[in-house]
Ligand binder design. Structure first.
Ligand code: A2P
Length: 340
């Protein structure tokens, strides 16, 4: 009887909001790891992070030798991925990268585990990209509808939580909330303007076409993941004063008519999706009541568009740190591990 293969895993950005969740999900899902190594900046080298019930010592990425690492999960920002991702891949690791650095490269697959898992094996550079959080939950919800009726156009408005901006984003929301309650002045730093008790229609930088980069990620990534360059995506993304969980008001137009009832049935059978759609108070998902701390993509408010014969409206909510980032990265690692 042979032991199944065990993998030496590195988490880069292990002290961050996504990195710490990667560590807990690796332990929770009993990923077959012979060793798990936590890496971050020199600032946090020597500190401890949790891996299940174990405390592991954070090591400095800059001086770490990647030789022998089988799988590296990166979530330390685009600059770190750009510099260190290829070094880890050259040392033999499969790099699963949560930044946008490699997502649009033709020779880097962009994988949502429920949607296009077959792409994970197609990685000539040894790098697999993890999609942006807002695209991730959208793809899990829309894939079964696209397969059934071909989506031609997506209008989407997002309501994205502070944790999408990392630990310092959550700290700023908490700090500003306390400052406001104490009648103190607000000095924005992580976010462009006050986030507490406010809404900010800007995430990431403006592009020449007037959309923000976060909006264009929805356009580019949807096309790449669904393998459909013709699909229309018209996004507005908004940062909201919520700690965990992104919400999306999604309006789709399909080639073939799909009734709300048909869509509900397809979604109830879809992997990774939980339908919460009772037409009563609280009979729909919200970041706090459903998504925060959960793995699923929740879909509710399923109804037919009053203004379009083949239009459907949906409300899609998921934990941006879990399915939107850490969980999907670990699921990709599981796909790699199952290659044998
Ligand atoms: P550190 O805590 O040492 O700064 P978040 O997205 O929650 O802000 O987390 C960002 C993650 O990226 C943290 O783990 C952070 O580590 C890590 N990080 C930031 N800069 C570097 C760097 N220069 N080298 C390695 N890790 C870094």
């Amino acid at each position: 009887e042979s032991m199944s293969k065990q993998f030496k895993v590195a988490v880069v950005g292990a002290t961050g909001a996504v990195g710490e969740t990667m560590l807990s999900i690796l332990a929770e899902r009993e990923f077959p790891a012979s060793e798990v190594i936590a890496l971050a900046s020199e600032r946090s080298a020597g500190s401890l992070v949790k891996y299940g019930n174990d405390d592991i010592v954070v090591q400095d990425l800059a001086t770490f030798d990647p030789a022998g690492i089988d799988i590296a999960l990166f979530s330390a920002g685009g600059g770190i991925s750009k510099e260190y991702g290829p070094k880890f891949a050259a040392a033999g690791a499969v790099v699963i990268d949560n930044s946008s650095t490699f997502r649009y490269d033709d020779d880097v697959p962009l994988v949502v585990s429920e949607v296009n898992p077959e792409q994970a094996g197609n990685r000539p550079r040894g790098i697999i990209a993890n999609p942006n959080c807002s695209t991730m939950q959208l793809m899990v919800a829309l894939k079964p509808l696209h397969d059934a009726a071909k989506i031609e156009r997506i209008n989407i408005a997002t309501y994205q939580s502070a944790s999408g901006a990392g630990r310092s984003g959550m700290e700023e929301l908490g700090r500003q909330t306390a400052e406001l309650l104490n009648f103190q002045d607000i000095k924005p730093s992580k976010f462009q303007v006050q986030i507490a008790f406010n809404l900010i229609p800007q995430i990431d930088d403006f592009q020449p076409n007037g959309f923000t980069k976060e909006e264009m990620k929805l356009v580019w990534e949807t096309r790449k993941i669904l393998g459909d360059e013709a699909i229309g995506v018209n996004p507005t993304v908004v940062r909201v004063p919520v700690f965990y969980g992104h919400s999306e008001a999604v309006h789709i137009e399909t080639r073939d008519k799909l009734s709300a009832e048909q869509a509900r049935e397809l979604l109830e059978r879809a992997p990774g999706v939980v339908v919460v759609d009772e037409r009563v108070a609280g009979g729909y998902p919200t970041p706090v009541t459903h998504a925060s701390g959960s793995d699923a993509v929740y879909v509710g408010r399923i109804r037919e568009d009053l203004s379009h014969p083949r239009g459907l409206d949906l409300w899609v909510v998921s934990d941006n740190i879990r399915k939107g980032a850490a969980l999907n990265a670990v699921q990709i690692a599981e796909l790699v591990a199952s290659e044998g």
